[in-house]
Design a protein around this ligand. Structure first.
Ligand code: NAP
Length: 345
C-alpha cells in the first residue's frame, strides 16, 4: 500500500493479470502493487472469489460486443473477477459503512472488477456485511448467482405456491440456487442440463431431470407455469410453446442473438397471449439480506466446486467455460488449513 512517501518500499500482492484477450491460459499470476483506498473505498483482503460468465467473456473478449464494456483492444481493468468475500483492512477517509476487521462480501461488478487478487480497493457500496455463520468460500459463491435466481423467480417471474417450474441450465450457479428457492414455494421443479450433472441435480432435489443432449424440453409437449433460463439458446416462440396458457418465461442470460429476439419478440407474444417473455437485468446485491436470512435458517446451501487456489484461476475459468463445473467454481486465497495459523477461516 502506498503511503505517499517516496522512500517507503512499494507493497506487493499476488493477482491474476489479463493483458490481452485470448484463451484463459494467457492469464498470468503476477506480483502487482497493492492498492490504496480512495475517499469512499475500502481496502479488502480477499479470502475467496468465484468464477462467472463475465470472467469467461472478459478474458477472451468475446462476444465482441462486451469489449465496449471491458476495453476495445485489451481489458481496461487487467485483473478479472467480480465476486468476493474478505476482510476490511483499511478505510478511505469518507467511508462510513464499515470498520477495519469487518467481514464483507458481494458482487462488485457494478463498481468494477479485480477479485482474482489478494487485495482490492472498491467503493464501500459494492459490498455487504458477511454473516458470521457463512464461510468465506460460501460467501464468495452467493451474491451473483443467488440473486439472479431470486430476482428472476420472485421479482420478474412472480413465483407462486405449488407452481410447475422448469430451470434451464440447472446444474450451474443460478440453477442450484433457483431450485432451492423454488422449493420454498413447494414448487415441482424440472431441471435441464447435461448428463454429467444429473446425479448432483437429483441429490439436490430436482423432481424431474432432462438431459438437454437427449431431449428438447420445448418439443416434448410438457408445459410449465414458470421457466427460469440461464442459457437462452432457443427462439422465444419455442419457450412460449413450453409455457402453460398463463405462464412466464424469465431469462437471466445466454446467447446474445437469442436474448435480443426475446427482447424484441417477447412483447409480441404477450400481446397475442397471456404468456410473458421477460429478461432480467440483475440489480447487484439487491436483497442480499434476504439470501442471508435463507442461508442462516439453513433453507439454502451453496453447491461449491472447489475451492481452487488463486494460481489455478486460468484453469478454473477454462473449466467453467467448458461447462464441466457443478454449482459455483470458487477460488480461495487462504493458505491450506494448518499452514498459516494466523489466518481465520
Ligand atoms: N441478467 C443479468 O443482468 C446478468 C448479469 C450477468 C450474467 N448473467 C448471465 O447469467 C447466467 C449465469 O448463469 P450461471 O452462473 O448459472 O451459469 P453456469 O454456472 O455456467 O450454468 C449454466 C449451466 O447450463 C448448462 N448448459 C449449457 N448448455 C445448455 C443447454 N443448451 N441447455 C441447458 N443447459 C445448458 C451448463 O452445463 P454444460 O455446459 O455442461 O452443458 C451449466 O451447467 C449467464 O447466462 C450469464 O451470462 C446475467
Amino acid at each position: 500500500m502506498n503511503d505517499g512517501n517516496p522512500d517507503t518500499p512499494m507493497e506487493l500482492m499476488k493477482a491474476i493479470v489479463c493483458t490481452q484477450y485470448g484463451p484463459p491460459e494467457l492469464l498470468e499470476l503476477r506480483e502487482v502493487e497493492k492498492p490504496t483506498p480512495k475517499a469512499q473505498e475500502v481496502l479488502i483482503k480477499i479470502h475467496a472469489s468465484a468464477v462467472n460468465d463475465y470472467d469467461w467473456s472478459m478474458v477472451r473478449g468475446q462476444p465482441y460486443i462486451y469489449r465496449l464494456m471491458f476495453g476495445i483492444r485489451k481489458p481496461k481493468r487487467p485483473i478479472p473477477g467480480m465476486e468476493l468475500a474478505g476482510t476490511v483492512e483499511a478505510l478511505g477517509p469518507d467511508v462510513t459503512a464499515f470498520k477495519v476487521g469487518d467481514a464483507v462480501y458481494g458482487d462488485i461488478s457494478a463498481y468494477g472488477f479485480g477479485s482474482f487478487a489478494e487485495y482490492i480497493c472498491i467503493h464501500e457500496n459494492a459490498v455487504k456485511r458477511k454473516p458470521a455463520t457463512m464461510s468465506f468460500e460460501e460467501a464468495a459463491s452467493i451474491p451473483h448467482a443467488s440473486l439472479l435466481a431470486l430476482q428472476g423467480l420472485k421479482d420478474i417471474g412472480k413465483i407462486r405456491e405449488g407452481q410447475q417450474i422448469l430451470i434451464n441450465g440447472a446444474g450451474g450457479g443460478v440453477g442450484t440456487f433457483g431450485l432451492q428457492m423454488a422449493k420454498l414455494y413447494n414448487a415441482e421443479v424440472t431441471g435441464v442440463d447435461s448428463g454429467e450433472k444429473l446425479e448432483m441435480m437429483r441429490s439436490l432435489g430436482f423432481d424431474y431431470i432432462i438431459d438437454y443432449k437427449k431431449e428438447d424440453f420445448t418439443k416434448n409437449g410438457r408445459q410449465y407455469d414458470l421457466i427460469l433460463d440461464a442459457k437462452t439458446n432457443r427462439s422465444p416462440f419455442a419457450y412460449a410453446r413450453a409455457l402453460k396458457p398463463i405462464g412466464s418465461y424469465v431469462t437471466v442470460g445466454g446467447h446474445l442473438p437469442r436474448l435480443l429476439q426475446a427482447l424484441c419478440l417477447g412483447p409480441l407474444i404477450s400481446l397475442f397471449s397471456k404468456k410473458n417473455i421477460r429478461i432480467l437485468g440483475l440489480k447487484s446485491n439487491k436483497d442480499l439480506e434476504d439470501v442471508n436470512e435463507l442461508f442462516e435458517a439453513q433453507k439454502i446451501k451453496c453447491v461449491i466446486d472447489g475451492p481452487y487456489p488463486l494460481e489455478k484461476t486460468p484453469w478454473a475459468i477454462q473449466y467453467f467455460g467448458e461447462g464441466k463445473h457443478q454449482g459455483k467454481v470458487v477460488i480461495t486465497m487462504l493458505q491450506p488449513p494448518g499452514s498459516d495459523p494466523k489466518e481465520e477461516k
